[in-house]
Design a protein around this ligand. Sequence first.
Ligand code: CP3
Length: 333
Amino acid sequence: MNPLHQVIINKNTNRKPVWIMRQAGRYLPEFREIRKQNPNFIKLCLNENLSTKITLQPLQRFNLDAAIIFSDILILPYGLNQKVEFEKGFGPKLGDVNIEEMLRLNEESFVKKINPIYNAIKKVSTSNIVKNKNTIGFVGAPWTLLVYIINQQSPKKNLKKDFFKNKTLIKKILLVLDKFLKIHIKNQINSGANIIQIFDSWAGLLEEKDLPDYIYLPTLSLVNYVKSLNTPVICFPREIKNYKKFCETVKPDAVSIDYNVDPIKILNDIKIPIQGGLNPKILLSDKDTIKKETKKYLDIFKDHPYIFNLGHGVLPETDPNIMDYLVKMVKDY
Ligand code: CP3
């Protein structure tokens, strides 16, 4: 059984597998080299040879236990024919929503538009370097995608006051997302992804009263769908106030925690396998601090099924040698 399945399915506590969110990306000079020659980020995600190569880059350097496919959560709105662009120094910029067109869209045209991603997953999952390791497919959670689709860019700290103004539109978008996220999940699994992670990066923006409508119910629908395909699902409801309630309601196979979560408290609160937690900023400090902080997580989760990862994506300023140091330390623990 591959490393993540041992933890998530067998609840093994002897091995602490490791992979890193955004492990393929801007902190790697070999990625930046390819990126320089490919200014259109979406096009790069849809170049199956290059995205395969980028996915494998961190595994060639470090002894990681999983490959996460080089793509983006915003490939989904792109597949729904919303304009999606990445502007240097600004982040994602999305076009206006044409909901009638989204409602009319059929599975075939959606899949055709983003098909290179599935081909890349086939290549990655059958490559020698990923043999006996996991291939992680992923999607954005309905809530986080709704935020990008309506806000048309990353929210700063809070949502605009009129975000929830058009409830009918929101309902329709959530309906479209449920349908096409399931299609996207199914195709990733059929192409060789053997774990699905659901990224809910903006879960922390919602008040308690809005969680059932925008997070619990839409995410539960996806989680149940992934389970029905006999594939483990990891949820990352970043900065949600109550991880315990989330886990009890949505019942993912494993939960990824952000760096504001108290690891000792979560260990007492939650029975399912846990992933992540370490603040990515720690990797910008000295080796002694990194060692101390990493050991803290490994010690706390010593007798719990635990996958080592960060509490959010690795920062672009991170030194690849430090990543090597980190992965080796987890492996030698
Ligand atoms: O983890 C991996 O290595 C796999 C690839 C991956 C990317 N994005 C590649 C990427 C994954 C899993 C994502 C998820 C993603 N994308 C999330 C959820 C996780 C999180 O960070 O909260 C979100 C919110 C996005 C949307 C997104 N994509 C933003 C806001 C940005 C711009 C800001 C940023 O952090 O770079 C992106 C661009 C992006 N996605 C890059 C990469 C490697 C950088 C593109 C570049 O080279 O300029």
